[in-house]
Design a protein around this ligand. Structure first.
Ligand code: ASP
Ligand code: MG
Length: 404
C-alpha cells in the first residue's frame, strides 16, 4: 500500500466532465489498495476571473481581501470532486487549507507554508476516504486566509506529500510531462523521462511553466519524488528526482525561455566604489527581483550598468532608479521591453567543456546578438532581441540534439 498525493491543475478540473474523469482515476488508484490525497486547483480561468474582478474595483487590492477572494475557486472544485467520487460509489471528504491547518506566514498573495497538521488527513484516509484538499491556500497564525502565489497548488501538493510522508507526489496536467523545450514552439521537442531537482529548478526559474518554482524547491528539500504526468492518458510522465549518474552524461537537458523580463540600462555612471549598491539596495528593498546584471568595461571613468527586472515591475523599478541615476550623475536611463531570455540547462555542464562556446557559435551563425549573459553551474542564460526568440530556441534545441 502506498500513500499518494495527486494534484490536478485547472485544465484537469475545467469542466464537470473532466472532474468526473479525475474522480474515476482517483477511485481506480484507491481500488489498487493505495491511500489517495488529491489536491486541486480552481477550474481553468477561474482564478484569472477573480483577479479581474478585484482589479475592476482597484488596481492595488489590499492583500487580505484579495486572498479571501482568489482562494474561492478551489472551494468549488474540492466540493465538486468529492461529490463526483461519492456519486460513483467512493468515499471522499474535502478540506479547505485552514481545516487541515496549512499554516503559512502573513505574506498575502505569496505566502510560504510553515507547517501542516497531518493527523486529520491520516484519520480520514484510515477510514477508506479519498481526501481532497484545496490547493493554493493556507491560513496565518491570526486565522487570516492566505494564498501561495499563482500556480501555488503545486506547492500545496508537495508540502502535503512531505508532511504526510507520501511515497510520491504526482502532478497531473494537460501535457505528458516536462519537455526538452516548449513543444508549442518546437514540435519535435522530447519528453524528459527523468530530471534532477536542480535541473528542474533551473528550468522552472528560467521560464518553463510546468511546475511552480517553490514546489520544486520544496520537493528537493524534503526529497519528495515528483512525477509530472497527463490527466487524459496513461503515458508515463517525467520523474523529478535525486541526481543519478546517467543524468550527467547528457550535455544539455533542456532549453527554456522567458518573455517576462525588461531591461534597464543606466548610461555613463561614474565608475566609483559603492555605485552599484546605491542602485541595487533600494531596488531589492522594494522586493523587486533583479535577474541579470552586466557592467561594461569602464571608459574615461564612466561605465554602463544594465540589468533586468520582471516586466510587471518595470514602472516601479524606474520610479526608484531614475532619481538615483540623477543623483549619482549618470547620463540617462534607458529601458527595453522587447527582450527575451533563453537558457540552456543541464547537469552535464559540470563535466562537459565547451557548452557555452557551442551556444554562442550557434547563435552567431544565425546572426543573433547576445545582449547579456549569466551562468550557474548547470545553466547558461542569455538575453536577446525578442524577435529572435523562437529562432534561438529552435537552433539551440537542434544544436544540442535534444529533439526526436
Ligand atoms: N488557482 C490558482 C492559480 O490559478 C492556483 C493554481 O492553479 O495552482 O494560480
Ligand atoms: Mg494552475
Amino acid at each position: 500500500m502506498a500513500l499518494v498525493v495527486k494534484k490536478f491543475g485547472g485544465t484537469s478540473v475545467g469542466t464537470v466532465e473532466k472532474i468526473q474523469l479525475v474522480a474515476q482515476r482517483v477511485i481506480a488508484q484507491q481500488q489498487q489498495g493505495d491511500q489517495v490525497v488529491v489536491v486541486v486547483s480552481a477550474m481553468a480561468g477561474e482564478t484569472n476571473r477573480l483577479v479581474g474582478l478585484s482589479h475592476a474595483i482597484t488596481k492595488t487590492p489590499e492583500g487580505r481581501e484579495y486572498d479571501v477572494l482568489v482562494s474561492t475557486g478551489e472551494q468549488v472544485t474540492i466540493s465538486l470532486l468529492s461529490l463526483a467520487i461519492q456519486n460513483m460509489g467512493g468515499k471522499a471528504i474535502s478540506f479547505l487549507g485552514h481545516q487541515v491547518k496549512i499554516l503559512t506566514d502573513e505574506a498575502h498573495s505569496k505566502a510560504r507554508i510553515l507547517s501542516i497538521e497531518g493527523e486529520r488527513i491520516h484519520q480520514e484516509l484510515g477510514q477508506g476516504k479519498v481526501v481532497v484538499v484545496a490547493g493554493f491556500q493556507g491560513v496565518d497564525r491570526q486565522g487570516n486566509l492566505t494564498t501561495l502565489g499563482r500556480g501555488g497548488s503545486d506547492t500545496t501538493a508537495v508540502a502535503l506529500a512531505a508532511a504526510l510522508k507520501a511515497d510520491i507526489c504526482e502532478i497531473f496536467t494537460d501535457v505528458d510531462g516536462v519537455y526538452t523545450t516548449d513543444p508549442n514552439m518546437v514540435p519535435h521537442a522530447k519528453k524528459i523521462d527523468r530530471i534532477s531537482y536542480d535541473e528542474m529548478l533551473e528550468m522552472a526559474s528560467t521560464g518553463a511553466k510546468v511546475l511552480q518554482i517553490r514546489s520544486v524547491e520544496m520537493a528537493a528539500k524534503y526529497q519528495v519524488p515528483l512525477e509530472v504526468r497527463c490527466t487524459f492518458n496513461d503515458n508515463p510522465g517525467t520523474l523529478v528526482t535525486q541526481e543519478e549518474a546517467q543524468m550527467e552524461s547528457r550535455m544539455v537537458t533542456g532549453v527554456s525561455y522567458d518573455r517576462n523580463e525588461a531591461k534597464i540600462a543606466v548610461r555613463e555612471v561614474p565608475d566609483k566604489p559603492g555605485i552599484a549598491s546605491k542602485i541595487f539596495t533600494p531596488v531589492s528593498e522594494a522586493n523587486i527581483n533583479v535577474d541579470m546584471i552586466v557592467q561594461n568595461v569602464s571608459s574615461k571613468g564612466h561605465t554602463d550598468l544594465t540589468f533586468t527586472v520582471p516586466k510587471s515591475e518595470l514602472q516601479q523599478s524606474l520610479k526608484i532608479v531614475e532619481p538615483i541615476a540623477k543623483a549619482i550623475g549618470a547620463k540617462q536611463v534607458e529601458t527595453s521591453t522587447e527582450i527575451a531570455k533563453v537558457s540552456v540547462i543541464g547537469l552535464g555542464m559540470r563535466s562537459h567543456a565547451g557548452i557555452a562556446a557551442k551556444m554562442f557559435e550557434t547563435l552567431a551563425q544565425d546572426n543573433i546578438n547576445v545582449q547579456m549573459i549569466s551562468t550557474s553551474e548547470i545553466k547558461i542564460s542569455i538575453i536577446i532581441d525578442e524577435k529572435y526568440l523562437e529562432l534561438a530556441v529552435r537552433i539551440l534545441h537542434d544544436a544540442f540534439e535534444l529533439g526526436n
